[in-house]
Design a protein around this ligand. Structure first.
Ligand code: BTN
Length: 324
């Protein structure tokens, strides 16, 4: 066992009790400065360790921290979260970090997680608000063998996977709003941002970025977001363990991703439709250059929204914002 792991297990064995730096350094045969350095690294990787003068260190198992080493434990996946996991207490954007990783060849299933983002990205160049420690902010590197035209499937697949994982973990009625918002009672719980890197006829990689308000206190969000955002904490009044939810989400994502790649996307689409109440509804879709009003007749196999406009023409909408 490495020295750092020994420190961790001594602290964990004595949960909620103080252990002096002197005792740790004596037992492990290292200097007090080295102990303090190891504690610093452990904190950076997500362990909640408090320190106090004259008392020493105490493991505080109560914080809802993401512990990188423990993510793969009990995780029922083959690849997602089983290889490289990059964790940041704070970063610009997990999607940006995942892109950097993918550009240097990171394997499919590489996961990037952060507790806070300084420049979290949303769709259409919008910002994603960060509430440090209260959200799950993750990006997964995908390397599907798909033509670029079919990439939008990934967003729908991810919405189904995450909605189903969260529904089964919490029992909450989580719905999907085309193409990628997860809602509870019409308020936004989570958003998905898929970013593509392609050749002419083949996807190089996709960065699947997911932001979920888990234990965020929505009354501390910027004023304009408060009426339209929610979190699991907000809905239930209870703190939800982010690590466990992360594991269930990775499992669900991998299972749905595999279905998508093995010709079973129509099944995912049926599940998507069951989680969304958009079909048959009159909506306005805001696109970059115009708005269309009409009735949603279907979502096609590529994830494109099919709308019958006011003149009775069928319009295919690849990307936009739906306003009910
Ligand atoms: C949206 O609803 O517009 C999409 C929001 C996606 C936010 C997540 S947070 C983790 C990942 N990193 C980012 O910079 N964005 C995505």
């Amino acid at each position: 066992m490495e020295t750092r792991d020994k420190i961790l297990s001594m602290l964990k064995e004595n949960q909620e009790k103080w252990i002096s730096g002197e005792l740790l350094s004596g037992d492990l045969g290292i200097s007090r400065a080295a102990v303090s350095k190891h504690i610093g690294v452990l904190r950076k990787t997500g362990y909640a360790i408090v320190s106090a003068p004259k008392k020493g260190y105490r493991f505080s198992g109560t914080a809802d921290n993401i512990i990188v080493k423990e993510i793969s434990q009990g995780l029922k996946t083959d690849r997602f979260g089983k290889g490289e996991i990059l964790y940041f207490q704070e970063t610009d954007s997990t999607n940006v970090q995942a892109k950097k990783a993918a550009d240097r060849g990171a394997a499919e299933g590489t996961v990037v997680i952060a507790d806070a983002q300084k420049r979290g990205r949303g769709r259409k160049g919008r910002a994603w608000f960060s509430s440090p420690g209260g959200q799950l902010l993750l990006s997964v590197v995908l390397r599907p063998s798909l033509p670029p035209m079919e990439a939008p499937k990934t967003t729908l697949m991810a919405a189904v996977a995450i909605a189903e994982a969260l529904r089964s973990a919490t029992g909450l009625d989580i719905t999907i709003k085309w193409p990628n918002d997860l809602l509870i009672n019409k308020k936004k719980l989570a958003g998905i941002l898929t970013e593509l890197n392609t050749e002419m006829d083949q996807v190089n990689y996709i960065i699947l970025g997911v932001g979920i308000n888990i234990n965020s206190q929505v009354d501390r969000f910027p004023e304009e977001l408060r009426p339209i955002a929610t979190s699991l904490f907000q809905e239930t009044g209870a703190v939800h363990p982010r690590m466990e939810l992360l594991q269930r989400i990775l499992e669900s994502l991998e299972a749905c991703y595999r279905m998508m790649l093995t010709g079973r996307f129509p099944e995912i689409l049926d599940r998507w439709k069951a989680l969304s109440d958009i079909i048959g509804r009159r909506v306005t879709v805001a696109m970059i250059d115009r708005q269309i009003k009409g009735t949603v007749t279907d979502i096609d196999n590529d994830g494109v929204l099919i709308l019958e406009d006011e003149k009775g023409d069928m319009v295919r909408v690849l990307s936009g914002d739906v306003i009910f």
